[in-house]
Design a protein around this ligand. Structure first.
Ligand code: CP
Length: 311
């Protein structure tokens, strides 16, 4: 299964349903394999994680995934790279290409940076999050988590609520969930909406931007509140965190109109008590830790697939 012609994973729009299902099946197999077996899959390969933005889950999960597959892993972050000395992104990645890595996993604050890198070097690239644009491995692990719990995404009501404007997770999830037949509902403060939402609505009639939060929550199978991204906020988008939390914070009271077995998901990092109550983060409907666990299997599956295709 070729993920793409240049064997990189840049966003979910390049993946067909068959590709996605194949990654899910591979993740299933890997989650049942013992470590002695998984260590053989990419032994002798070298993987670079190049993170120009902060990360806890994604970077650690990629590193652990590559190590469990037997690869050698080198981590470079913004603070430890020669970017601090003025080196350009192009010169940095050309230097790293000369060291003959087999795979580069990149997170960057600029949308499109992983595309730029993959066009300029002859090594597969995985997008681990680029600016406001995309976070495909988050979407794949979210799909895996929903499939494990509900069997399918088809005709399920999945509601994404909060700071959509600054969320690359929202953009990739809207594309991925609707591709698999979910009815996706999106609700946010007007100032934190996707102004160009016509792009999504034209793509798929299963994508619904709604103004009333109850419309999003009512009978939902999955609710995914999003963190307010304070690091990307322009002045005046919200009056205060308290007001945001009052109207868009998801809590036990607000979800009473959702399905009884509603799944509460969150890509992390969580601002407990702002976009989601502590009770929901740690309650029995929360899938947040399961998402993190599944991220490991999904990233193993993606690394194994890309490195075996690149042989
Ligand atoms: N969900 C996510 O991308 O988390 P990190 O920023 O911790 O990697």
């Amino acid at each position: 299964m070729n993920i793409t012609s240049n064997k990189s994973l840049l966003d979910v729009d390049q993946l067909s349903e068959v590709h996605i299902q194949s990654i899910m099946n591979e993740a299933d197999k890997l989650s049942n394999d013992n470590i002695a077996s998984t260590k053989k899959y990419t032994s002798g390969k070298s993987v670079l994680t190049l993170f120009y933005e902060n990360s806890t889950r994604t970077r650690t999960s990629f590193e652990l995934a590559a190590k469990k597959l037997g690869a050698d892993v080198i981590n470079i972050s913004l603070g430890s790279s020669s970017v601090k000395k003025g080196e350009s992104l192009l010169n940095t990645v050309k230097t790293l290409e000369a060291m003959q890595f087999d795979l580069i996993i990149v997170r960057h604050s600029d949308a499109g940076a992983p595309y730029f890198i993959s066009r300029n070097i002859d090594i597969p690239v995985i997008n681990a999050g680029d600016g406001l644009h995309a976070h495909p491995t988050q979407t794949l692990l979210d799909i895996y988590t929903i499939q494990k719990k509900l069997g399918t995404l088809k005709n399920k009501k999945i509601s994404i609520i909060g700071d959509i404007l600054h969320s690359r997770v929202a953009r990739s999830n809207i594309l991925g969930f609707s591709k698999l037949g979910a009815n996706v509902y999106i609700n946010s403060p007007k100032t934190l909406s996707l102004f160009k939402n016509k792009f999504f609505e034209k793509k798929n009639s299963r994508i619904n931007f709604v103004e009333d939060i109850d419309h999003a929550i009512e009978n939902a199978d999955v609710i995914m509140p999003l963190r307010i991204q304070l690091e990307r906020q322009e002045q005046g988008n919200i009056p205060s965190l308290r007001e945001y939390s009052k109207y868009w914070g998801i809590n036990e009271e607000k979800i009473k109109i959702a399905k009884n077995n509603v799944m509460i998901m969150h890509p992390g990092p969580v601002n407990e008590g702002v976009e989601i109550s502590s009770g929901l983060v740690h309650g029995d409907k929360s899938q947040i830790n399961l998402q993190v666990e599944h991220g490991l299997y999904i990233r193993m599956a993606i690394i194994k697939t890309i490195l075996s295709e690149a042989k």
